[in-house]
Ligand binder design. Sequence first.
Ligand code: GLN
Length: 306
Amino acid sequence: MVKMRDWVEEINERARTKLGIGRVADYIPALAERDANKFGIAICTNEGEIYAAGDALEPFSIQSISKVFLLTLSLRVYGNALWERVGLNPSGMPFNSLTQLEAERGKPRNPFINAGAIVVADRLVSAFATPSKHLQDVARKLSGNESILIDRRVLESEWQHRSRNAAMAYLMKAFDNIDNDVDHVLHSYFSCCSLSMSCIDLAIALNYLAADGHAHATGEPFIAPDLARRINSIMVTSGMYDAAGDFAYRVGLPAKSGVGGGIVAIVPGKFSVCAWSPALDENGNSVAAQYALELLASEMDARLGR
Ligand code: GLN
């Protein structure tokens, strides 16, 4: 589709005007080395067409986008019992905040803040011998890219600077909301965050959320349509941390961001999209990627027809 190709190219050019705004995450030192002048975007339609521009083939650290995979895999194993361990509401706090955990007896507000994802990782440690290997295999299958790797440098860097996440995990352990060894759970969580994937990999891999749970690369159902709808809902309310409300107003699509600069967004029934650029705003969301998704959402009906 020529008009789609031109449009994605145009978004790439316009989003690049935002390069230079924001800061590359440096609390994980290995992430600070990324070139802030990178920008990529990729769309995977439910028919399986890929439209990509800029640095869409370059792998980056998926970071919190892995929380979508963690949640999906955990819901597949535990179903609604998962919600006894983690809540479903926006936190209104930064993604690495500890303040609500004490008052709420170790039950994190939702699975897309760090504390919530650590609880979900603990559930997966109970279910699988090597959860991060399992998640890597799933990411490979869903994207059709067998070369996806865990970036050992990023993993080591996260491990060295784990104090805050470790504090959350120990507090939750004290409230009996972590069953397994804390170091083991943290290591699994960091390994998932340290997966390296490109915009194209992520757009393809998460297309099941746009396609009623059907995985594009395997051609098979991955999750039930109802579950895909529910995960999209949690992405709307909590996928962009405490900026979820602003993003919902500006873009209005289910989305999940990571401090590696990636954001995946879903247009249910139509396509999945991933935009990436390393420089972040004060909430930890990529400035240029958010802008690209804002352009995409506001022009979608006019450019593609309803
Ligand atoms: N691995 C990061 C952390 O735990 C993920 C944070 C993010 O992408 N928001 O701090």
